[in-house]
Design a binder for this molecule. Structure first.
Ligand code: C2E
Ligand code: MG
Ligand code: MG
Ligand code: MG
Length: 276
C-alpha cells in the first residue's frame, strides 16, 4: 500500500487519485456483493387513477437493504451508483425482476399494470440503454405498452438532438415515455413541444401551499397544457386530502403520493393489487 506523504503537488494529486481508485473499487465490490446477495430490492409506488379510484400502474424504485445496517438512504448511494456507472447493473437487475412479475400477473392473473422505470444518467449518456432493455424484455411475454420510461428533465435538458431519437426508439419498440419532475426547476417547454410523451409528472415541489391561489392556478395550467398536448398527468408527492380534491376537480389523471400509498416491496404490491 502507498504511503500517505506527498513530496510534491503531483504526488499529492497522484495519492488522492490512488485513494479515489481504491474507494471506487471498494464501492464497486460492495455493489456487486449486494447484487449477488439480492440486497437491492424492487419497490413499487402505486399510482391511483382519480376517475376510478383504481391502481392501474406504479413506479419502480430501488431500495438497498443491507443485512447489518438496514435500509440505506438513497441519497447516500444513488449519486455514487450514477458516478461509477454501476447504476446500470442495478437498473437492469430491477428491470428484469419487474418484467418477471409483470409477465406473471399478465399470464396467470389476467392483470395488467403499467410500470414506470427511471432512466439513469449513466444509461442516458451511453449507448446501451435500449439494446439491454430490449434484450431483457424479450425474455418475457407481455405487451410492450406495460413498460414506461421516465425521463428526468435535469438529465435530458438541452439535448433534443440526442433525446429525440432515443424517445422515438422507445416508442417504435412499443414502450412509452413520461417526463419526470416537471416544475422542479427546468420545465422546458421545448421538450413538451418536440418530444413524444405519454405522461407528465408534476414534481412535488409544486405542491407546497394549498392555500396559495397562484400555486393552484399554476397546477391547473400545467394540467391543461398537458391535456391539450394529449398527455396524461400524474401529480407526485401528494400527502393531503385538499390536493386530492383539487386535483380531482381540475381533471388531473393520477396521483402518486403518500396520501394513498408509499413505495412498497413488489411482493406486497402483488398481494394487495394482484392476488387481492
Ligand atoms: P422520482 O423518480 O421523482 O421518484 C419519486 C420520489 O418521490 C420517490 O423517492 C418517492 O418515494 C417520493 N415520493 C412519492 N410520494 C411522496 C410523498 O407523498 N411524499 C414524499 N415526501 N415523497 C414522496 P425516492 O424513492 O427516494 O427516489 C428519489 C429519486 O431517485 C427518484 O425520484 C428517482 O429520480 C431516483 N431513483 C429512485 N429509484 C431509482 C432506480 O431504481 N433507478 C434510478 N435510475 N433512479 C432511481
Ligand atoms: Mg420517477
Ligand atoms: Mg418524480
Ligand atoms: Mg424526483
Amino acid at each position: 500500500h502507498h504511503q500517505k506523504y506527498a513530496e510534491s503537488s503531483y504526488e499529492l494529486y497522484y495519492l488522492s487519485y490512488v485513494d479515489q481508485k481504491e474507494e471506487y473499487a471498494k464501492f464497486q465490490d460492495l455493489v456487486q456483493d449486494a447484487l449477488e446477495n439480492e440486497n437491492f430490492k424492487l419497490y413499487l409506488q402505486p399510482k391511483v387513477e382519480l376517475s376510478t379510484g383504481k391502481v392501474t400502474g406504479a413506479e419502480a424504485l430501488v431500495r438497498w437493504i443491507d443485512p447489518q445496517r438496514g435500509m440505506l438512504p438513497l441519497a447516500e448511494f444513488l449519486p455514487s451508483l450514477e458516478e461509477n456507472g454501476s447504476i446500470r447493473d442495478v437498473d437492469r437487475y430491477l428491470f428484469d425482476k419487474a418484467c418477471s412479475y409483470i409477465e406473471r400477473w399478465h399470464k396467470n392473473y389476467n392483470q395488467d399494470f403499467v410500470i414506470s422505470f427511471n432512466l439513469s444518467e449513466a444509461y442516458y449518456n451511453g449507448p446501451y440503454f435500449m439494446p439491454e432493455y430490449k434484450e431483457t424484455y424479450k425474455k418475457y411475454q407481455f405487451p410492450e405498452e406495460l413498460i414506461r420510461i421516465e425521463l428526468l428533465e435535469s438529465i435530458v435538458l438541452n439535448d433534443l438532438e440526442k433525446l429525440k431519437p432515443l424517445v422515438d426508439e422507445i416508442y417504435d419498440f412499443g414502450f412509452s415515455c413520461a417526463l419526470d419532475d416537471f416544475g422542479s426547476g427546468f420545465s422546458s417547454f421545448d421538450i413538451l413541444i418536440n418530444v413524444k410523451l405519454s405522461e407528465l409528472k408534476i414534481d412535488r415541489s409544486l405542491f407546497q401551499d394549498y392555500h396559495n391561489e397562484k400555486e393552484r392556478l399554476v397546477i391547473k395550467g400545467i394540467v391543461d397544457v398537458a391535456h391539450n398536448l394529449g398527455m396524461k398527468v400524474v401529480a407526485e408527492g401528494i400527502e393531503i386530502k385538499e390536493y386530492v380534491d383539487y386535483l380531482t376537480e381540475i381533471g388531473c389523471d393520477y396521483i402518486q403520493g403518500f396520501y394513498f400509498y408509499k413505495p412498497m416491496p413488489i411482493d406486497e404490491f402483488e398481494k394487495i393489487f394482484v392476488l387481492k
